[in-house]
Design a protein around this ligand. Structure first.
Ligand SMILES: [Zn+2]
Length: 278
């Protein structure tokens, strides 16, 4: 029976090109290291592949430590070198933590703060951080966080903000700035009523600690009722048909449940064994 090990080396090299060799990852998660650990044959193939990658960068080969496997030299180089200008840097790109990128190169990537996307482009956080109950089929925008003046700032790729604004204009059939501003205010109110906030690349629920499942469900149904009244109000500036508003209100509870469940899982993972997250 054919197996990975019985494939010709050229094909194995082709497969290895899909392992993201230019991404900075821990040795634990590095597919090259994991493959090399699985058999002697694959270790030899990975070494030959990493040697080939290094050969294209002669200065790196010169810095290779004595006896160090080629795959380790390669991973060290990827983690310590800006992948745009190839100067020394250990910094991760704001919008893609898997890529090493120096400050100068990162500055050239057009991006804006979450606050600018809201105030200058009248997009609510529910419009930006998708998918959610308002936009269940929209993919996420490219975003990332970085430390700024003692706090975390969220940055979003400018191109994605502009494309999202264009989408909202098309969806609502209205590009009037005052309409978009009122719409954003309304959706910000909905988000706050739901006690949702966005941090670390995901949605969270405020004040859920200590509540049991029944209490939580009652709270979700209560807030859903408030949200339904807000968004089904005919004078609400949303640019959606009544039917579409009903669909949004109906999707609220399952979205809150999904946020709550992933929040509980993530808290449970961070707590020491024996402690409960509820
Ligand atoms: Zn650079």
């Amino acid at each position: 029976m054919a197996s990975l090990q019985s494939l010709p080396v050229e094909i194995l090299f082709h497969i290895l090109a899909f392992t993201g060799p230019f991404r900075r990852i821990s040795p634990h998660d590095d597919p090259l290291c994991n493959l090399a650990a699985s058999s002697k044959l694959l270790q030899d193939v990975v070494e030959a592949y990493a040697r080939g990658l290094l050969k294209q960068r002669k200065s790196v080969v010169l810095k290779r430590r004595r006896g160090e496997p080629y795959r380790k030299t390669w991973r060290r180089w990827v983690s310590n070198t800006c992948q745009t200008c190839k100067k020394k840097s250990v910094r991760a790109a704001i919008l893609d933590p898997g890529v090493t990128c120096c400050v100068n190169c990162d500055r050239k990537i057009p991006k804006m703060t979450k606050t600018d996307a809201v105030t200058k482009h009248h997009l609510s956080l529910l419009d930006l951080f998708t998918p959610n109950f308002l936009h269940p089929d929209l993919p996420p925008v490219t975003s990332g966080e970085y430390m700024c003046m003692g706090g975390m700032a969220t940055m979003i790729l400018t191109e994605d903000v502009l494309a999202r604004k264009q989408y909202i204009v098309e969806q609502t059939g209205n590009q009037d700035e005052s309409f978009l501003h009122k719409r954003q205010n309304l959706l910000t109110k909905v988000q706050r009523d739901l006690r949702l906030y966005y941090k670390g690349g995901r949605w969270w629920l405020e004040g859920r600690l200590g509540m049991d499942t029944t209490e939580l469900l009652l709270q979700f149904l209560n807030v859903k009722e408030n949200v339904r009244k807000t968004i089904e109000n005919p004078r609400a500036h949303l640019g959606l048909s009544l039917e579409a508003r009903r669909q949004v209100a109906d999707a609220v509870v399952s979205f809150l449940k999904a946020v709550e469940s992933s929040q509980s899982n993530s808290l449970r993972m961070r707590l020491p064994a024996g402690l409960s997250a509820s």
